[in-house]
Design a protein around this ligand. Structure first.
Ligand SMILES: [Zn+2]
Length: 448
């Protein structure tokens, strides 16, 4: 980080201030950064034999591919977001077996699960299974994200050295979108669907959670469960900051309860590494269920007492016995984001404070506050002091008061960039880190 900042010429103007600033990591900050960096090991490239005839490819793309070998053919569960990554995985799978693919299953319709299907299908003409709601959750074609989105969340514009990882995968490796997608030929519209492919009995079970079209795949004879994106080794994104419709945390933990009841001996997720052994799987799924349920229950209890979102995020925490659970560390989603999502799902955007029904415009509020503070130079001085005192959030908020009415205010751009880099360096969530650093880079460019 120091090296990249040295390369920014304008930084020298702020150097005296920086020399007084312990900007580069307190003990807590460096621990988060170190843990996120170590989390990258979860995504080392591998073809893992989960159990007899079940193979999982990890580290080639954001999502995994699972291959199940039957007597006379193969079943593929999820296909990654990329034809190139899928081709690389297929080359590895071909070293194990070149049997025909009889079925492809999409655990849900997110692009990182459906984009490489044509590579596995080849000329085999397999059935393609998905929930009948597949693709209905996607944003209407008229709704865009206005420049925010997966690029910020996954750090797609960042150098590899800045990105570290994507929380649930090494990185998103989009090629042309939808290139390898094949539309489902068989859909589940009830609770459970059973079929046989390549001599293997397969059960697809409706499991709303991360999406409303989510299914888990259960192989009763092998006791292998594929949870899709309702389980991975990171606290979940109850709602992704890239901008998606609100998700149901209560449905999510209820779907986890259904998985636990199957008593799987192997868990082969679509992100992060598999878990082997009935006791280990039960422990992991139970922790995940309990963690989400606890956050949900605490949020609802707080809402019932009249707490607003900004108050709820101060009080709702994972219980101490779960806070350090390896499956609930906030490498991807975070508890405060989950709390805000649960509140918004049940009670909407309004926090109940009448002042917030028709607030001042940002421009009006910023102009009044800057005047109240005695003008631009006082606000800049206060923001610089905040940087020196490691109060990075306050520094960024002060800079915003100036930038609202003068988006090219140079000192404010620089201060905000430094503040966001410092906050980014404190994050354990890859999503948060990527968003902060991506925003800081844009501000640095604007300040050049
Ligand atoms: Zn996914």
């Amino acid at each position: 980080m120091l090296t990249s900042i040295r390369m920014i010429p304008w930084l020298y103007r702020l150097l005296p201030m920086l020399l007084m600033t312990p900007l580069f990591l307190t003990a807590q900050e460096s621990e988060n950064l170190q843990r996120l960096r170590e989390h990258s090991d979860e995504f080392r490239k591998d073809i893992i034999e989960v159990t007899d005839g079940v193979y999982l490819a990890i580290g080639y793309a954001l999502a995994n591919v699972i291959m199940i070998e039957g007597d006379d053919g193969l079943i593929i569960v999820d296909t990654t977001e990329s034809v190139a990554a899928a081709t690389e995985i297929k080359t590895e799978f071909d070293k194990i077996t070149t049997k025909s693919v009889r079925a492809i299953i999409y655990t849900h319709s997110h692009p990182d699960h459906v984009g490489g299907a044509s590579v596995f299908a080849g000329a085999d003409n397999p059935e393609v299974y998905a929930h009948e709601k597949a693709h209905r959750e996607n944003l209407p074609s008229t709704v865009g994200r206005g420049g925010r989105g997966g690029a910020n969340q996954f750090g797609m514009q960042l150098a590899d050295s800045e990105r570290l990882n994507a929380g649930i995968g090494p990185k998103l490796v989009f090629g042309p979108q939808g290139q390898g997608y094949i539309a489902p030929t068989q859909t589940l519209d009830g609770e459970r669907m059973t079929f046989e492919a390549a001599g293997i009995r397969v059960e697809l079970v409706y499991a709303p959670g991360e999406t409303d079209d989510q299914i888990y795949v259960w192989l009763p004879e092998k006791r292998v469960l594929m949870p899709g994106d309702n389980f991975y080794r990171a606290f979940p994104n109850i709602v992704a900051i890239r901008g998606v419709p609100l998700r149901r945390a209560d449905h999510w933990y209820q779907s986890l309860a259904k998985m636990i009841a199957e008593q799987p001996a192997y868990l082969a997720p679509s992100h992060t590494r598999p878990i082997m052994g009935a006791a280990q799987v039960n422990t992991a799924l139970t922790a995940y269920h309990d963690g989400i349920k606890s956050v949900y229950d605490q949020t609802i209890a707080g809402m019932n007492r009249g707490l607003r979102p900004d108050e709820l995020v101060e009080t709702v925490k994972l219980p101490p016995e779960l806070a350090e659970n390896p499956y609930l560390l906030e490498f991807y989603g975070t508890v405060p984001w989950a709390v805000r999502a649960i509140y918004a799902f049940h009670l909407g955007w309004f926090d109940g404070n009448a002042t917030n029904l028709f607030p001042l415009s940002n421009a009006d509020r910023a102009a009044r506050l800057v005047t109240l503070a005695g003008g631009d130079s006082n606000v800049i001085e206060a923001a610089q002091a905040a940087l020196q005192e490691n109060e990075y959030q306050w520094a960024a908020e002060l800079a915003d008061y100036l930038l609202t009415n003068n988006p090219s205010q140079q000192d404010a751009l620089r201060i905000k960039a430094l503040a966001l880099r410092a906050i980014g360096a404190q994050q354990i969530s890859a999503n948060a880190r990527n968003w902060y650093i991506t925003s800081a880079v844009a501000l640095e460019r604007a300040a050049d």
